[in-house]
Design a protein around this ligand. Sequence first.
Ligand code: ZN
Ligand code: MN
Length: 493
Amino acid sequence: MKQSYKTIIGLEVHARLDTKSKMFCSCDNLSDGVEPNTNVCEICMGHPGSLPVANRIAIDWTLRSGLAFHCTIPLFSKFDRKNYFYPDLSKGYQISQYDLPFCTNGYLEVDGNKKIRIQRIHLEEDAAKNTHPSGEKYSFIDFNRAGTPLMEIVSEPDIDTPQQARQYMQELQKILRYLGVSRADMEKGHMRCDANINVKDMESGRVTGIIEIKNMNSFRSVERSLLFEEKRLCEKLESGEKLETKKATYRWDDEKGETFIMREKEEASDYRYFPEPDIPPFTFEKQDIETIKKSIPELPQEKVSRFQKEFGLNKNDAELLTAQKDRAAFFEQAVSELLEWSSSEGMKKNETEKLIQTSTNYIFTELLRYLKEKSLTFSDLKAHPEDFAELMKMTFQKEINSSATQRVLNIMIQKGGDPSEIVKSENLAQVSDEGELEKVVLKVIDEHEGPVKDFHKGKERALQFLIGMVMKQTHGKANPQIVKQLLEKLLKT
Ligand code: ZN
Ligand code: MN
């Protein structure tokens, strides 16, 4: 890519809101996987004479999202009809918002400090889902999805690279999940994205037409499809050929790893928007908006900096711990137990930080690995944060050694339970009693003449070997520090 070329990307993201009922009727909105065309009524099918009623929760959640993205909430708003003919739309129009969306002029930060402006967030209803069985001459239409609430988040063309587009989507997903308004799962179609891209030569001023890409169902495909188009558009600029000025729509084929043209885009005016006559417009009081503002929980970026400050974590660890809300909650609950304990014990600051770091490491190595393997999250975990904290205390006080900690943790992950009881029932308590250990140490010295000689010749590895033998004879329960001290003492006499 030439130095003077600038990539310009804007994203339109549709996120399904997880309200109980659909946008304008009382049909179940959380009925994924039920028999097609069973979860419908005269309103979401658009039978003549049926009257839509706006879902208040969906509106509140849209405002909540808007406020989380630093948007302005206009005090007056309305729904409009967007008219078009397509088989997924039995009414012949979609209820959406045209010139007075619920939220305007916000932003989202990615990559530490890059601000991507959000032009608007509006609320609308989803259409039916079409499927095209391959090789057949017919298609299926499932109206269960018709009328489900969709929030459309439109960014300004502030995104500079395909990779940044992916970061924007990931941050958006994280925030929507923190807000509890959408599962925002791209693979399941809860969050969908249309990307607009064009490339401009800043030297000559030549600019390509805008390409809209549809049908990406993962973060990876967002980035890949944009990389594909970026390259294609750069080659167009390079070749000096006449540039298309009309906007064109392409579909992404994830298997082939390329885009193909779908259609040339209609202009907005083709939709003949007009105010929805069946739903009166909305006026909001400043006070309503303040109340919604207060319902916004602490968001990921705020949590990252607080975790760094309060718990002495580095940024990487803090980001990993806050990537999911329930993960952050688990960590925070466990750590608050540990902090209480450490202050009651009068522990020093560096000791406390060590305790937290050890616990963080166990979360990353044991818990996260397990959850990833099973594609679960922390809320599925059988182990309670209090019990996890208890186990960390026991480990820290050397009541059990690290291999026993791992074993207890594995049991806790799968079955839950109190760690001290698991230690008892599994007979894992660490042996620190010198008298008891001395017997074993003497026996090991007696049985291993060779390594004992090696030790006397100054071979450090021989000592490690003898420690290992003691650990083996005690089934891993001996306190290794004490074993080491005893061996050093007894070998010298
Ligand atoms: Zn319905
Ligand atoms: Mn839309």
